[in-house]
Design a protein around this ligand. Structure first.
Ligand SMILES: Nc1ncnc(NCCc2cnc(NC(=O)Nc3cccc(C(F)(F)F)c3)s2)c1Br
Length: 276
């Protein structure tokens, strides 16, 4: 199902529709490829806005290289890219129900059955990514979209890398989702691997159920609370959900629950029809 066959794309090939969302780096538009009528999303990145010359083109190329050979129902497809003098365009799969964080904010928090189904889909996508030694590194509601059938799609691989890796992540945006091993500065050997996505999955489940992130606080306090895995889970959260969160938000990356055990956890089994 790779309808966009030509390898050379240009803006004239697309009719541009309504804006779909605004990221910190440029906007996204609904678009239709003129000859095939294929509907997609077009993300426009302004070269001027991206740290000029700091290898951003390399970063986009890496994102495209990583994403273009990923095919999973819960990972947003990136079909290709092109650029003109001022902008870089990413040709993306269109997620019919938009941005997950908007649904979360509107509904405040998700019922346990919905949070468990989203978690099962995340675990399936992350297992697929980790088998390909890709770490997403930026799992959070803002980077998850919802497809037309309500399925979630991990998106925005602008920060993903191949494991293992000790790249310093230039911190922009929220600290909330960062695991202890990524915020620990000083020790030069702050090597981390795909287990960072397990921590972020734990933070995500907490935010699905509680409506706010577990370590949400002032930046200094968030930093300290992450480093101590200092969080409280409200007592109205079911004991199964609490158990899963506590098995993911573990300081030692090696002790975090592996994804296959996440998929077989009682909380997931209870809410997800087998083989969904
Ligand atoms: N309904 C929808 N259906 C489909 N998509 C939608 N929104 C776009 C989601 C994205 C997918 N992939 C992305 N990738 C990047 O943004 N990459 C990125 C970003 C900054 C800098 C850089 C770099 F230049 F530094 F690498 C690379 S954003 C929506 Br709303």
């Amino acid at each position: 199902d790779q309808p966009l066959v030509p390898k050379q794309f240009h803006l004239g090939m697309f009719e541009i529709g309504r804006p779909l969302g605004k990221g910190k780096f440029g906007r996204v538009y609904l678009a239709r490829e003129r000859t095939t009528g294929f509907i997609c999303a077009l993300k426009v990145l302004y070269k001027s806005e991206l740290q000029q010359g700091s290898g951003v083109e390399k970063q986009v190329r890496r994102e495209i290289e990583i994403q273009s050979n990923l095919r999973h129902p819960n990972i947003l497809k990136l079909y290709g890219h092109f650029h003109d003098s001022k902008r870089i365009f990413l040709i993306l799969e269109y997620a019919g129900k938009g941005e997950l964080y908007k649904h979360l904010r509107r509904e405040n928090r998700f019922p346990e059955w919905k949070a468990a189904q989203y978690t099962a889909q995340m675990a399936s996508a992350l297992r697929y990514l980790h088998r390909k030694h890709v770490i997403h590194r930026d799992i959070k509601p803002e980077n998850i979209l919802v497809g037309i059938h309500g399925e979630i799609k991990i998106s925005d691989f602008g920060w993903s890398v191949h494991a293992p890796n000790n790249r310093r992540k230039t911190l922009c945006g929220t600290l909330d989702y960062l695991p202890p091993e990524m915020i620990r500065s000083g020790s030069k050997d702050n090597w981390y691997d795909e287990k960072v996505d397990l921590w972020s999955l734990g933070v995500l489940i907490y935010e699905f159920l509680v409506g706010e992130a577990p370590f949400e606080d002032t930046p200094v306090m968030t930093h300290r609370r992450i480093a101590r895995a200092d969080m409280t889970i409200p007592d109205w959260v079911s004991k199964e959900a609490r158990d899963l969160i506590q098995k993911l938000l573990v300081l030692d990356p090696q002790k975090r629950l592996p994804l296959e055990d996440v998929q077989n956890h009682p909380w997931i089994i209870k809410h997800c029809v087998k083989g969904e």
